[in-house]
Design a protein around this ligand. Structure first.
Ligand SMILES: [Zn+2]
Length: 510
């Protein structure tokens, strides 16, 4: 994909946009002169996901989202304008965006008014005044507003725009993005983002990436956050509320990154948690970089807040931890920050491959527990293996309602442990670094992972992966007899003395 190129293309001023529009016209000119008439056809209303056929669309590739959103706490409504820069991947007569609820006021394509209609669960069907030629860049400006809705899916839980005690937050996995902005809502179409959010002066806004200076005007404040690396819509987020924000920098791999962490003031009642949260985030990012290769993004951090969603989420560059208090849980940080490599930088092509995120993130927890809490990976694996009673599912084909099941997390991590035992520590830890490096900022699926692992090891692993990923039933796994201590020590921050457990052929360094 051309996303990396897109970064330079899309970080442009309106003047450049105009130039690009001119370039588009110039590109089109020879076509008009050609003898063969151009044919234009509609983009597909879905992106081909086996579990979520309505999600995403075809016919174009988004380069950049420029969100401008004002939040009105009195009635929880928003008024917004989203400008999308995209490249046509076919000659387009019309195309869809995904948008759930809300009222669309107007749509323009390349500055010209376009007709639109709403169909199905979330299709915003846009017909530009002129067809869009394959390969050309175009902008779509959607003005809209209303009260965004929260999604409570019976199988997949809460996502979308969630009202909190003192504001709101967008948590998009798997399909929440379309509740507050028009989007090509498929993990396959990553793009850069600028999110500009205006709120009453007593509230703050935290989003992905790096902040610009806050602009105060009257009783309002406008925040702007920019994510310069390609991001899947499921990993975008806007958090509005009252926060205690801690800013520091982190030097990792010779780069210095902003580390911005925040704890919701309503739960930030224990002194020192702010500093611990910030420092633990830095420590995890540094340690994981030493195993997984260069940290993929230009900033890091996290948000702890009482949201009521019931989970933590690997929001790109700044994970969100939904908690009733401000306790810093190192295991959880290791999981969500591990996702920055596995899920955020390398993103599955479809939701069927989510084990590629959760298996590695769970394994990150196990590695963290071994390195910093004295619990051997083999013990965590044994507990997971012995404790799992339902082996009826298929890890790499879990089914729509099971993408967040244990099957994907625990058995995903067990697959990695079994792989480690099969190929040896040296090849396994080489893989942990080489895989996210090879597919950095891109998309990959399970077949890619199997082929990559076979190339790296020179082994035929088809049978192995077939058993672990595509077959029901409990595979055999040689594990030591020792069990996890029943009262595991609680990680309580960087002040704690590290305890490095030596467990046989342990590998993790530093
Ligand atoms: Zn996860």
């Amino acid at each position: 994909m051309s996303h990396w190129l897109a970064v330079t293309v899309t970080r442009r001023t309106p003047a450049l946009l105009l130039a690009l529009a001119t370039a588009t016209t110039l590109c089109a000119a020879p076509a008009v002169a050609a003898a063969t008439p151009r044919t234009f056809s509609p983009g597909a209303p879905g992106a081909g996901d086996p579990y979520f056929p309505d999600m995403g669309n075809g016919g174009y590739d988004v380069q950049h989202y420029d969100l401008h959103l004002a939040f009105h706490p009195a009635d929880h409504s928003i008024t917004a304008t989203t400008v999308i820069t995209a490249r046509a991947t076919q000659n387009l007569s019309r195309f869809d965006l995904d948008l759930q609820g809300l009222k669309v006021g107007s749509v323009a394509v390349d500055g010209r008014s376009a007709s639109f209609r709403r169909t199905g669960a979330q299709e915003l069907v846009i017909t530009p005044a002129n067809g869009l030629l394959k390969g050309t860049y175009f902008t779509v400006t959607v003005r809209y507003g209303g009260v965004p809705k929260r999604i409570d899916d019976p199988a997949l839980g809460t996502s979308g725009w969630i009202t909190t005690k003192d504001g709101a937050i967008g948590l998009n996995q798997p399909f929440g993005a379309a509740t507050y902005y028009p989007v090509n809502d498929t993990p396959k179409d990553k793009a850069t983002y600028t999110q500009t959010v205006t709120v009453p002066r007593n509230l703050q806004v935290i989003a992905n990436g790096q902040p610009s200076a806050v602009v105060k005007h009257g009783n309002q404040s406008t925040y702007r956050w920019t994510m310069n690396q390609p991001m899947a819509s499921e990993l975008a987020s806007i958090a509005i509320g009252k926060y205690n924000v801690t800013r520091s920098t982190l030097t990792v791999g010779g780069r210095t990154l902003p580390n911005i962490t925040a704890i919701g003031t309503s739960i930030d009642t224990a002194p020192g948690h702010d500093a611990t949260f910030n420092a633990t985030t830095a420590r995890v990012v540094g340690w994981e970089s030493s195993m997984y290769g260069a940290y993929p993004f230009s900033s890091t951090g996290g948000i702890i807040d009482d949201i009521g969603a019931g989970y933590a989420l690997e929001v790109q560059g700044r994970p969100v931890y939904d908690q009733p208090d401000s306790t810093v849980d190192g295991d959880l940080l290791a999981h969500e920050l591990g996702h920055q490599w596995f899920g955020d930088s390398v993103t599955p092509k479809t939701w069927a491959d989510i084990w590629l995120n959760e298996g590695f993130a769970t394994y990150s927890e196990w590695l963290w527990q071994e390195r910093f809490r004295g619990i051997p990976v083999a013990a965590s694996a044994k507990q997971a293996y012995d404790g799992e009673h339902d082996w009826s599912g298929k890890v790499a084909s879990p089914g729509r309602d099971h993408i967040f099941d244990d099957l994907v997390y625990t058995r995903g991590a067990l697959t990695l442990q079994a792989l480690r035992l099969k190929i040896g520590d040296a090849a396994f830890f080489r893989l942990l670094r080489a895989w996210p490096t090879a597919h950095r900022y891109g998309n990959a699926d399970t077949a890619d992972f199997i082929a990559f692992t076979e190339r790296l090891t020179g082994k035929n692993l088809n049978g192995f992966f077939h058993t672990w990923l595509y077959s029901a039933g409990k595979p055999s796994l040689p594990l030591p007899s020792n069990t996890l201590p029943s009262n595991s020590p609680t990680f309580d921050g960087p002040a704690r003395t590290e305890r490095l457990q030596v467990s046989g052929a342990r590998h993790v360094t530093h």
